[in-house]
Write a protein that binds this ligand. Structure first.
Ligand code: HEM
Ligand code: HEM
Length: 183
């Protein structure tokens, strides 16, 4: 099934959800490793991996946002209280916003710090901000604050998915699984 239906996610939405989820989890580890590693060639490599993976996530999120706008999501169960439905919508919207804003803030930090960079050592990344130390510092700070927000949101998101599955026993989790049955 390509498109989302009233009660299940289509293949492209599932693929984008799980590929971005895996990349984001790896990306959080790469970000911390790159920042904390002692100055060495490996540290520079970790940054290339981090920035390249971040830009890959950015590309996937742009495609995902377009796909999401073109494809209405499956409806949430009628039994779900209105405040929970609203919380789910706001949470998902914030996840989209942060996963687009994080790569952009990283890109701005990299541009303003005037660091030449090639995606996966190959494709040169054009700067999107003029060299300016104050801008680079601010963008790095925004990047860190967004990371804290993302960590909190993801914890809630995963807890909510598990609660739907284990406590409520509805089909919310299974309808997002790659070969899951419909909810
Ligand atoms: C880095 C990790 C993750 C990110 C960034 C993420 C992000 C998102 C977003 C943005 C949506 C909304 C989909 C849309 O409206 O297009 C969503 C839906 C969903 N996510 Fe995640 N997710 C992650 C990990 C997980 C994990 C680990 C689970 C399971 C334990 C999970 C379970 C779900 C489920 C079940 C839905 C569908 C909710 C529904 O049918 O209304 N997610 N996720
Ligand atoms: C969804 C995408 C991304 C996530 C989740 C992410 C996450 C992180 C994390 C957890 C850190 C370590 C904590 C911190 O100092 O902020 C970090 C640092 C950093 N990231 Fe990212 N990042 C993403 C995309 C990018 C991109 C696309 C770039 C550049 C093109 C980038 C450049 C940087 C830089 C330069 C730092 C070090 C900041 C500093 O000096 O404090 N990031 N990132």
């Amino acid at each position: 099934m390509i498109c989302n239906t009233r009660d299940s996610w289509g293949g492209p939405a599932k693929f984008l959800h799980w590929s971005v989820a895996l990349l984001v989890l790896a990306q959080l580890g790469l970000g911390w490793a790159a920042v904390s590693w002692r100055l060495s060639p490996l540290k520079l490599d970790l940054f290339v991996w981090h920035k390249s993976t971040g830009l890959l996530i950015f590309g996937l999120m742009v495609v995902r946002a377009a796909w999401r706008l073109a494809n209405p999501p499956p409806a949430l169960p009628d039994a779900m209280p209105a405040w929970e439905k609203r919380a789910a919508h706001v949470g998902h919207l914030l996840l989209y916003a942060i996963l687009i804003a994080m790569p952009l803030s990283g890109w701005i930090a990299n541009s303003a710090a005037n660091i030449p960079f090639r995606i996966f050592w190959r494709i040169p990344l054009p700067p999107i901000a003029a060299p300016d130390k104050a801008v680079a510092d601010l963008a790095a700070r925004v990047h860190l604050i967004l990371f804290l927000g993302l960590s909190a949101l993801l914890s809630l998101h995963i807890a909510a998915a598990l609660r739907h599955h284990l406590v409520r026993r509805n089909g919310i989790l299974t309808r997002m699984l790659p070969f899951g049955r419909r909810g």
